[in-house]
Ligand binder design. Structure first.
Ligand code: AMP
Ligand code: ZN
Length: 299
């Protein structure tokens, strides 16, 4: 009898804790959107959905906060992993009444992501995430523009950003840091759709916890192509450092925000956009990175 009362009390305490966590988590994201003016009144937002916990959480919250988002998934056709993600996001959008756009990677590029990555990897030693990232960003921008969206929201979280900062510093690419922040794509251009990161100040652990508490239909395993990459190695180092200093990732991101205005000012002359001679999409060079990759593939 006594035991069951104690159990009930513990359960109640846990529920209160969970409710508090949910409230705080949602508040952080709401505040990020408002403080950095990520979405202006009347703007159309497209959430880039991988089917994973981060982008599903982003989509759920933008919908909950009444920004009326639509979703877009690029079907990368990485075997079972992509199939599960596609089914999950279809289910989620159907359930919430959110419009979902599906783009087939194979239809556009003629090959699955898996094939492209394996060729470029073996012939040119290009990393999977590097190849996938360039082609995904290119497609997202093109599709969002064609569908008349004002912003693209991604599920990038604080851990992703801390990895970016750390990698840029140790690889000597500090100028790349000027392009980071909760809203990227500071160069205004009619062909370029700015990207926003509402989960910018939310840790990966918190997003996972929230997604599990909310019972989102998502796969928690990482993309099979993203294991043993330089980024995953950096992620492990940062997590190890956090064992000794719990706020390492947050400190990296917050310090970046402190020096961001100076970085932007210092590197502003680097930030010029032109249009790719081959495809007409916005690019920093005569030929955009996506066209360069496709050209390598053809060779
Ligand atoms: P990743 O580059 O896999 O770490 O993903 C970063 C963000 O890009 C995700 O949080 C999503 O917002 C977006 N994203 C990743 N994969 C896809 C996909 N297949 N289709 C659309 N958006 C994606
Ligand atoms: Zn191009």
């Amino acid at each position: 009898m006594k035991k069951s009362k104690k159990k009930q009390r513990d359960q109640k305490r846990n529920m209160v804790k969970e409710e508090e966590f949910i409230k705080n988590f949602e508040n952080t994201i709401k505040k990020t959107i408002e403080k950095y003016h990520l979405i202006n009144p009347g703007e159309k937002v497209l959430v880039a959905c991988s089917g994973g916990k981060d982008s599903t959480t982003t989509l759920y919250l933008l919908n909950k906060f009444n920004y009326n988002p639509e979703a877009l998934i690029i079907d990368l056709e990485i075997g079972d992993y992509s199939r599960k993600n596609l089914n999950n996001i279809k289910l989620f959008c159907y359930d919430k009444g959110i419009k979902l756009h599906i783009v087939s990677f194979k239809e556009i590029y003629g090959y699955s992501m898996c094939y492209i990555r394996s060729i470029l990897n073996s012939k040119y030693n290009l990393g999977s995430c590097h190849v996938c990232g360039i082609l995904k960003r290119f497609l997202l921008n093109k599709k969002a523009r064609e569908l008349n969206f004002d912003k693209i929201a991604t599920g990038h979280n604080m851990d992703d950003e801390a990895q970016n900062v750390f990698m840029n510093f140790i690889q000597g690419n500090i100028s790349f840091c000027a392009r980071l922040g909760p809203m990227t794509g500071q160069i205004k251009d009619k062909k370029f759709v700015p990207r926003i990161k509402p989960l910018y100040f939310s840790s990966e652990n918190d997003v996972r916890k929230y997604s599990k508490l909310m019972n989102f239909p998502v796969v928690y395993e990482p993309c099979p192509c993203s294991v043993n990459t330089f980024r995953s190695f950096i992620g492990e180092i940062l997590s190890k450092l956090e064992g000794e200093n719990p706020a390492v990732k947050e400190t990296l991101v917050k310090n970046l925000m402190t020096i961001m205005p100076a970085l932007k000012e210092h590197y502003k002359t680097d930030e010029k956009l032109t249009y790719c001679d081959a495809c007409g999409e916005p690019s920093k060079n005569k030929i955009c990175n996506a066209c360069k990759l496709i050209e390598k593939l053809r060779q």
